[in-house]
Design a protein around this ligand. Structure first.
Ligand code: ARG
Length: 716
């Protein structure tokens, strides 16, 4: 422990290189390099108040929420604040037609009333350590990429085992800068998490998919959960005996609100960015891959919507899936469009030209940019089949049911090694229960229709020479062939019929599966895809690409020794800092940095689901009863902008002022900078957050959950 502290101080001495504001997802344990710049931007805290492994610090109030979002601890009773869209699945799952929390909201007035959410977790970061030296010492240039990966796995295993020895922690080693650096994360995960409160989705998802990824915004995108722990304040599975967790640290909540240029920082778990992607990679993504994924997602949405509109139960059941599909459907549309508008490819090409010049004198035997270009050239004609893998074969429920049987059971059954056969026997009950819960929970008609429609698209989009024999026979008759196949499969396939499946699963045999027509089709598609996407040539090119990516960053940093680089997002804890700021989306137009509740009412439309306003909220708005949550003009601020650098996974992250107090909850980015995951747009990229005062006003004045307000540490 002590040693770590010393190395932290040593890193502070490295400060002096210049950091650029706003852009950058920094590692909180390496802040020394940014610290002076953060102070210039308005930070009044010491680095130890942000990240410390010996004493409570801000990082102890941040959790990875379920592994897909971020949450912050806002009371000494383990209360978590996150986004509504992060809690969406839990809220929808807890809802029924009688207790429709998704549409009506939910507020637990006592601990007893809080709803346990099976499977949900909250993970704290205990400590982070730079283990690059230890990992890199074991690697050398003569290794193939495969050998390299194997070695890294081996060392990581040892490092993580050592790190958690004798504790209840878990640990992982993550790769940074495409394999130039490695950091170890020690974590503590809690798994008794309960739903505490949520506004109705009319508020929590106000504006729906129309407003998603856009400013000006008027959404109360928040929900609240609580961590429960055992008698020793340690993680435990759900139990009546568990009590609210007492956190190491919880965020004080500011009622002061935001002014232009105020310091704002965000800590959270951004999922993934690709800021070092080459011009070639971007070109392929936006011209081929994303448009295809958009098409496939649009079809899924169309089918889901049809069934959801007919039946409330189906709507509640599929709301969360629908929102997830729609979110990245719109994301891909926006990214392709803004890559063009922001000339991202041009900017990358300029950088690559400079890089090429720099590399000329180095006489490296390995062609970095050439290897990148070559990989994308070679793979343009398999982009579609990969898109169908991503969005259809390995992403829709029916085909996944089949894929799992093939991969985890049939392959193991057919293995020469008897150990594998035994393993298959152990896997069978799990596969059975997963398919049974599919039949129990999902709408079979909807799922079959999605399968049918995507199959019809597949046979259109995939060239014959990339198709398997079984699929070719269906494709030969076009759409009719697809419909006929589905019609017959409804009668015959165990994957379309619960009773048939049950009797199969009682005594599963490989022969029975291999006779099943849906099994035959899906396996045919799997094998065909593997045959075209994993040829020796492509695998070799992919290896060269990995190496090229790693060397590109290595030499890029060497080329600009003064510039501070930050690694791509990879779901590890990061910090971004900047200021509250407006922006200009286009010539002659400036967007304010805040919106108010009056804007919610301007957008209100009782006939449009996305723009309904809860009458309870409207009533308090009419009285202008904003109490201590009013801004200095007496109005109520709803959302605000800052130039922080966030991405998916940061959803729910706290926005923190210069004094370490909570001022908002980050929930989105802006349309004009949708290319931002590939290239940060200095002038126009913004984070959109819910003003904490709007959150508290709803909790307190509109929904009367004063028990929650009483838990908070409010700073006036
Ligand atoms: N675009 C947001 C994100 O990815 C999600 C917003 C959820 N709201 C919605 N209307 N779908 O973090």
């Amino acid at each position: 422990m002590k040693q770590l502290k010393i190395s932290l101080i040593a890193l502070f001495l490295l400060a002096g290189t210049i950091a650029r504001a706003d852009e950058g997802m920094w590692l909180p344990f390496l802040l020394g390099r940014n610290y002076e710049d953060m102070k210039k931007h308005g930070l009044n805290l010491t680095p130890e108040q942000i990240y410390d492994i010996n004493n409570a610090s801000l990082k102890d109030a941040i959790v990875s929420f379920g592994g897909f979002c971020t949450g912050e601890i806002i009371s000494d009773k383990g209360l978590i604040l996150t986004n509504h869209h992060c809690g969406y699945d839990a809220i929808a799952e807890s809802s029924s037609e009688e207790n429709n929390y998704l549409d009506n909201g939910f507020w637990a007035k006592s601990y007893d009333a809080e709803i346990p959410i099976a499977g949900l977790t909250a993970t704290f970061i205990v400590r982070i350590e730079d283990v690059s030296k230890k990992v890199l010492a074991e690697l050398n240039d003569n290794m193939t990429e495969e050998e390299r990966k194997e070695k890294i796995r081996e060392i990581s295993k040892k490092l993580t085992d050592d790190a958690v020895d004798g504790t209840n922690y878990t640990a992982s080693v993550s790769e940074f800068f495409e394999g130039n650096e490695y950091y170890l994360f020690v974590k503590e995960t809690f798994n008794d998490i309960r739903l505490v409160g949520t506004p109705p989705q009319s508020a929590g998802k106000f504006g729906g998919d129309t407003d998603n990824w856009m400013w000006p915004r008027h959404t109360a995108d928040f929900s609240m959960f609580r961590i429960y722990a055992d008698g020793n304040n340690k993680p435990a599975a759900f139990s009546e005996e568990n009590a609210p967790y007492v956190p190491k640290y919880s965020l004080p909540v500011s009622l002061k609100g935001v002014e232009e240029n105020d310091f704002a920082m965000i800590m959270g778990f951004p999922g993934s960015t690709d800021r070092y992607l080459s011009s070639f990679g971007i070109e392929q993504a936006v011209t081929l891959e994303q448009p295809k994924r958009v098409d496939i997602r649009a079809k899924k949405l169309e089918v889901m919507k049809k069934y959801m509109d007919e039946d409330t139960d189906v709507r509640l059941n599929y709301s969360s899936t629908y929102a997830q599909v729609a979110n990245y459907w719109k994301y891909f549309i926006g990214q392709s469009e803004q890559v063009k508008n922001n000339n991202v490819i041009g900017k990358k090409q300029a950088l690559e030209a400079e890089f090429n010049d720099y590399m000329k004198n180095k006489r490296l035997s390995f062609d970095i940019l050439g290897s990148m270009e070559n990989y994308y050239k070679m793979t343009n004609d398999i982009v579609n089949i990969k898109a169908y893998n991503n969005e259809f074969l390995y992403r829709t429920d029916i085909s996944l049911n089949v894929v799992r049987y093939k991969m985890f059971w049939v392959n193991a059954m057919q293995d020469e090694d008897p150990v594998m056969n035994t393993r298959a026997g152990m896997i069978a009950p799990r596969l059975k229960s997963s398919v049974m819960s599919f039949f129990g929970e999902k709408n079979l008609e909807l799922e079959i229709e999605i399968f049918q429609e995507l199959l019809a698209m597949y046979i259109q989009d995939i060239p014959e020479d990339q198709m398997g024999e079984y699929t070719k026979k269906i494709a030969a008759k076009g759409r009719k062939g697809v419909d006929k196949f589905i019609k017959k499969a409804r009668k015959k396939s165990i994957f379309f019929n619960q009773e048939k499946f049950e009797s199969f699963a009682e005594n599963p045999t490989v022969e029975a599966l291999e006779k099943d027509m849906l099994y035959q089709l899906v396996v045919d598609m799997m094998e065909a895809s593997e045959a075209v996407t994993e040829t020796e040539e492509i695998n070799a090119a992919a290896e060269r690409l990995d190496k090229a990516n790693r060397l590109f960053i290595y030499h890029l940093r060497e080329m600009n020794p003064k510039k501070m680089y930050y690694p791509n997002a990879n779901s590890t804890l990061r910090l971004t800092y900047g200021n509250v700021l407006p922006y200009s989306p286009r010539d002659g137009v400036t967007y304010d940095f805040t919106t108010t509740i009056d804007g919610v009412m301007q957008k209100e439309n009782p006939d449009e689901f996305e723009f309904n306003v809860d009458p309870r909220m409207k009533a308090v708005w009419m009285k202008k009863d904003y109490g201590q949550y009013a801004d200095k003009d007496g109005n109520l601020t709803v959302n605000f902008l800052s130039n922080n650098d966030i991405t998916g996974g940061n959803s729910g992250s706290p926005v923190i002022n210069g004094d370490g107090q909570l001022i908002g909850t980050a929930f989105d980015g802006n349309w004009e900078a949708m290319s931002g995951d590939l290239f940060f747009e200095e002038n126009i990229q913004r984070t959109i957050s819910v003003d904490i005062r709007y959150t508290l006003w709803l909790v307190d004045k509109v929904y009367g959950a004063t028990n929650l307000i009483d838990e908070l540490n409010l700073v006036k």
